[in-house]
Design a protein around this ligand. Structure first.
Ligand code: WQD
Length: 339
């Protein structure tokens, strides 16, 4: 079997991608330091796939530890690099932590891929590289605006580092996947979004409020220039996002790559406002949500949603789940993990 290293494999998107990789016949190992994840997610992966994935508890920002991990696995055909800190709000308060962690881990992995001639590299980038753009929906060539947070800046810099590194190499191919707002959980309800640090993303805040872990939640601003005043985001189901990664690996392995480094938007292609997302949750759960309207949050962009045509044309990727599927699976997961 073709062996893939997934960094951040115990994390939200990493764990769901591992399920899809196994379903598509790949052998997977994970490297995750568990700073924002728990190894118990591997039990869920095993329950779904029947495969016990091994996680190597390694801080990939540690150059020696990262090098040792790769030296011990010389049969890897590809790397999917998820491991990073990703809270927009936290990165505004702790920029140095974000630059050190997200960039050092990327540099160490790129160095290891070059040393061991690992041909295929997929990078977890983000729609946040576009900044506050009014050119919507964004396409991959949409010019970047100023990064609104250190998190977004680490993704902009990460993409530029990868381009420069691969330009210097005679072989090797990379794909940059720009995620929009990943949300939801596996249909089985056995895995889902379960950050260990403070939950800041909208969908888990909604489900934690609905289950009673929070008394209420706040909508960060309803005075934006949008159809109902709240921010617009492109919520993409995590299993659709997972499939995009597996299709990228198939694409790279089949040498279908058109350029040494290729970029793809991975979003549903539709925008939903915060209030529309809340309404979708109330519809599928049958529960009224207790929320209030509060001030805007620093670092938020007003609206962002994707044109994903390139991923459809080149990877054959088409998302099949909508905001109601997201809310239904997120709610199932919340009820199971809080039960
Ligand atoms: C979404 C909207 C908030 C919480 C995320 C990821 C980031 C990146 C981009 C992939 C905003 C509003 C939220 C709450 C609210 N993804 N909100 N009340 O900031 O778009 O960033 O997508 O790389 O990693 O974090 O996501 O879910 O925090 O916010 O009103 O309690 O919901 O203001 O408009 P964001 P989010």
């Amino acid at each position: 079997m073709k062996k893939v290293l997934v960094s951040g494999g115990c994390g939200y998107i990493g764990s769901h991608t591992i399920v899809d990789l196994i379903d598509r016949g790949y052998e997977v190992i994970s490297a995750d330091n568990l700073v924002n994840a728990e190894e118990t997610i591997l039990d869920g992966i095993e329950a779904i796939t029947g495969v016990r994935v091994k996680n190597y508890r390694v801080d990939l920002a540690d150059r020696v530890a990262c090098a040792e991990l790769f030296a011990a696995h010389r049969d890897i055909m590809g790397v999917i690099h998820f491991a990073a800190l990703k809270s927009v709000g936290e990165s505004v308060e702790k920029p140095i932590l974000y630059f050190r962690n997200n960039l050092n881990s990327l540099l160490n992995i790129l160095e290891a891929c070059e040393k061991h001639n690992i041909e295929n590299f997929i990078f977890s980038s983000s729609c946040s590289v576009y900044g506050n753009t009014d050119a919507l929906p964004v396409v991959e060539s949409t010019p970047w605006q100023e990064a609104e947070s250190a998190y977004a800046r680490t993704k902009q810099m990460g993409e530029q580092i990868i381009r420069d590194v691969y330009r210097s190499l005679s072989s090797g191919k990379a794909i940059l996947l720009r995620y929009f707002n990943p949300a939801g959980g596996h249909e089985s309800g056995l895995i889902g979004e379960s950050p260990t640090s403070n939950v800041t993303n909208l969908v888990p805040v909604i489900t934690e409020t609905a289950i009673g872990k929070r008394k209420s939640m706040t909508v960060f601003g309803n005075d934006y220039d949008t159809r109902d005043g709240s921010c617009i985001r492109d919520y993409i189901h995590v299993m659709d996002l997972a499939r995009a990664h597996t299709l990228c690996l198939d694409y790279l392995d089949a040498n279908k790559q058109q350029e040494q480094v290729e970029v793809f938007n991975v979003g549903l292609g539709e925008g939903a406002t915060v209030l529309e997302a809340i309404n979708a949750f109330e519809k599928v759960s049958g529960q009224k949500l207790n929320y209030d309207i509060g001030p805007r949050r620093a670092g938020d962009v007003v609206a962002i949603y994707a044109n994903h045509q390139r991923a459809t044309d080149r990877l054959g990727w088409t998302p099949s789940r909508n905001i109601e599927d997201i809310m239904r699976t997120a709610w199932e997961w919340e009820k199971r993990r809080s039960g």
